[in-house]
Write a protein that binds this ligand. Sequence first.
Ligand code: NOJ
Length: 548
Amino acid sequence: MSDRWYEKAVIYCLDIDTFADSDGDGVGDIRGLISRLDYLARLGVTCLWLNPIHPSPDRDDGYDVEDFYNVHPRFGNLGDFAELLHQAGNLGIKVIIDLVVNHTSDQHPWYQSARSDPESPYRDWYVWSDTAPPDRRQGMVFPGEQAETWSYDRTAKMWFYHRFYNFQPDLNIKNPRVREEIKKICVFWLQLGVSGFRMDAVPFIIEETEPGNPDSPKNMPYLTELRQHLQWRKSDAVLLAEANVEPDQLVGFFGDEGGSNNRIHMLFDFMLNGRLMLALARGDTEPIIDALQDTPKLPPGGQWATFLRNHDEVDLSRLTATQRAEVFEQFGPDENMQLYGRGIRRRLAPMLSNDRARIELAYSLQFSLRGTPVLRYGEEIGMGDDLSLEGRDSIRTPMQWSLTANGGFSTAPAERLVRPVISTGEYGYQNVNVTNQRHDRTSLLSWFERMIRTLREAPEVGSGTCTPVDVPAPRGVLVHRADDDTGTMVFVHNLSEEPGTVDLSSLAAEAEQPNDVLADQEYGELGKFDSIAIGRYGYRWIRLRRVP
Ligand code: NOJ
């Protein structure tokens, strides 16, 4: 059995400012989060990923950092953060934080110094050009909201590079002092007790940007250097990276040509995410099977992090235009539901028309496929989105805890909240909240608790292999298996509305005492292992074999 904690983790992603407000100022805070740790422990979460916690002007929801060595004063102080780590640790929950070092806020003292004085020691911490680079209207990450990647700074009288918004100047990775500073930031937080980092925008961090060269060189070896440094300071610390790149470039992020995992431990599986959405939209398993087959082999220790929803839009940019149009039609038909021409700014429940069976099916699939599952706060109770808010804010509304004012998120007057709580309609806090679901054994929350508990009794999922099984089955039914030296699980998922049967007789010889450990309904005894039923959007987790 693997000894790597992250292969068996269930990661829960949240933003402190929208989770729980302890002091009634309308903004979530660290004390609020501490008071909800028992909820997360009961859910079965083993690791929290906190969206940026640092002081920030908040023009990109904290992804514009002003000080890497502190927490945002509205969240509390470093003492509160240390307490959070202690209390989470008591409940067996690790904490990783966002590491946003591709860029800083333009309000960061480094940038302020760099722009205002050519002799500043920080001048070379950013990426400059004397003249307007010809490729300045290429490579924008937020088309429609961002016009260029190089902007003119009137104080510096030079052009500066920003892969993202123009208030997020890129740090210059060519500068050895910048590379050392990134290590120092990591070590500071490790020393406080975090278990690793969700590294933002990794392909851009290592880009040695040259004006006029849209294909600038990448400093991959720096990832090896950073990993080594971290490991020396805290041996089980992890790097979980965002690198939404072409499939043939993925393996290089895990390790060098030597074939060992000496760079990033875990990468978000953007490719599988897009294909899962396509498969759900079509009710057809083919895109998932293709994704599993197309995925490059990872070095031992390299791991995928799977997700259905995160804090950004559903990114469909790796699908073809026709495939993207299919997903848009099913899950985000209105222009107002789409973003940047490539994505959907909705939560999963509304995308699936709040069809409970389909929501369970989708999450059962995500959690049983290869890799470590990542769950976005609020998904476990089926929260909705608020499309009247700008851009990605639609999916960043406060957590809905109870029937009390503001859904129990905060006691502040509604107009002082960091963002409005969803308060009307099907997804309003009056209908969707933790308190209602906590003691209701039929609720989505109770289902998530059961599903996660079952997953944690199946160590072969996550650390073992994940293989599609070719058996006679309808187009919409996926059969896959997870194997390692602890045993084997077989999973049957029906992505379509049509109930069906699946012939599992080719697996009969391997089945010792097969039984459903989780299913959408009571299917009765498995008995002889041949043709088995699967309901509309049904799923069955079948334990095939367990090594004593
Ligand atoms: C990726 C993050 O996921 C996104 O939310 C952010 O806007 C950009 N990086 C810029 O930091």
